[in-house]
Design a protein. Structure first.
Ligand code: APR
Ligand code: PHB
Length: 392
């Protein structure tokens, strides 16, 4: 088996990359450890930046998103029982779209298969070979399929296999530097058959911890609560979750809509970056290269920004033999990555309660929220980051 670009992982990064390469006339094979159903049904984030929406629309995979996605022109920051709107349209002229990651993944898989693309599911990659030298052109990927071991020869390998994938760890120790911060809390998230009680997302700071009201459709709410990182979901029957959400999200004249809980889980929070994003002919993209805490809703959008840069660089190489964009891949992506890391860390730090905080820290957080919601310059800074910084 042979292709031009071997892609490990069929998450948003791997699928968007394969789609963009196809549009440039470049052949790729996507290898995914799990089933198609698994990658489509995984409950993940659901906020698309304007950049992501534009890219999907302009490359022909945006039709269902445009029809079913919910376009939001702002968010609410809620603290001390009062709501403050950040108006994206007025501050940036841009918007965000609520459309679940699973739906983006479904649309991309449909488009790749309709175009005759090769996506292999239940095909876990076990090892990567001969990618160390950036001038040789016979790298290979070994994976398992239906009980046998198969080898895929390729010019380039794209490691789009998430934080726990094999690509990053295949690079020799010492070649990469890791930057990391973990947070002393996690998010307990539920998906509920309940019409969202607010038209826009509500990010809420409360003495008892952060809460977030989000949604998936006019009938489905997605809600989160800050909790202890070692918290067990068994300790949180639905009634306790609703009670805590009511308490934290309370606002005069407003109430939360309840409904049957159809999914619940706890997700840890971390900030992580590896540098560089390239080793020889292996390029890391998306969660394989960096993780952001979910507070700014940036994970998927950052993965899309990476592969947009990578697809352009690979296309330029095949078109003209010029590798300068490939050589700059890591540097180009890292500039955006660090700005997005800063924003996600800042939103997280402003909105969560830290065990180590003293009353001074809590007052400082309230001072910051007051500033962000009352200064046009500060609101605009939040807004321009939230809707997405311009693509390079
Ligand atoms: N072989 C093949 N596939 C693998 C392997 C392997 N050895 N290891 C991991 N994978 C697959 C996973 O099963 C997963 O489907 O790689 C895929 C990686 O997808 P994501 O984790 O979704 O990562 P990414 O595409 O970078 O998307 C980043 O999606 O996961 C969210 O929070 C994340 O929103 C962010 C965005
Ligand atoms: C979500 O809808 O899942 C969501 C929304 C906003 C965030 C994180 C997650 O910041």
């Amino acid at each position: 088996m042979r292709t031009q670009v071997g892609i490990v992982g069929a998450g948003p990064a791997g699928l968007v990359l394969s789609h963009l390469l196809h549009r440039e006339g470049i052949d790729s094979v996507v290898l995914e450890a799990h089933t198609r159903e698994y990658v489509q049904e995984r409950v993940r984030a659901g906020v698309l930046e304007q950049n992501t929406v534009d890219l999907l629309s302009q490359t022909g995979v945006g039709a269902r998103m445009q029809h079913e996605g919910l376009v939001h022109h702002g968010i609410e920051l809620r603290f001390q029982g009062r709501g403050h709107r950040i108006d994206f349209r007025e501050l940036t002229g841009k918007a965000i779209t609520i459309y679940a990651q699973g739906e983006v993944v479904k649309d991309l898989i449909d488009a790749r298969l309709a175009a005759g693309g090769t996506l292999l599911f239940e095909a876990p990659v076990v090892s990567l070979h001969d990618f160390e030298n950036s001038s040789a052109n016979k790298s290979s990927i070994r994976f398992r399929k239906d009980g046998s071991s198969v080898e895929l020869g390729c010019d380039f390998i794209a490691g789009c296999d998430g934080f726990h994938g094999i690509s990053r760890t295949s690079i020799p120790a010492g070649a990469l530097t890791e930057y990391e911060r973990t947070y002393p809390f996690a998010w307990l998230g539920i998906l509920a058959e309940a019409p969202p009680a607010s038209e826009e997302l509500v990010y809420c700071y409360h003495d008892r911890g952060f809460a977030l009201l989000s949604m998936r459709s006019p009938k489905r709410s997605r809600l989160y609560l800050q909790c202890h990182p070692e918290e067990l979901i068994e300790n949180w029957p639905d009634e306790r979750i609703w009670q805590e959400l009511h308490t934290r999200l309370a606002r005069r004249g407003w109430s939360l809509t309840e409904g049957p809980v159809i999914q619940k889980g706890i997700t840890g929070m971390r900030s992580f970056v590896v540098e560089p994003l390239q080793y020889g002919r292996l390029f890391l993209a998306g969660d394989a290269a960096h993780i952001v805490p979910p507070t700014g809703a940036k994970g998927l959008n950052l993965a899309v920004a990476d592969v947009w840069v990578l697809a352009r660089a690979i296309a330029e190489f095949y078109r003209s033999g010029d590798r300068s964009l490939l050589d700059r891949y890591s540097e180009t992506c890292l500039r955006r990555v660090w700005k997005v890391q800063r924003f996600s860390w800042w939103m997280t730090s402003m909105l969560h309660r830290f065990d180590s905080d003293n009353p001074f820290d809590c007052r400082r957080q309230l001072g910051e929220l007051d500033y962000v919601t009352s200064s046009r310059a500060a609101s605009q800074s939040l807004a321009e980051n939230y809707v997405g910084l311009p693509m390079d």
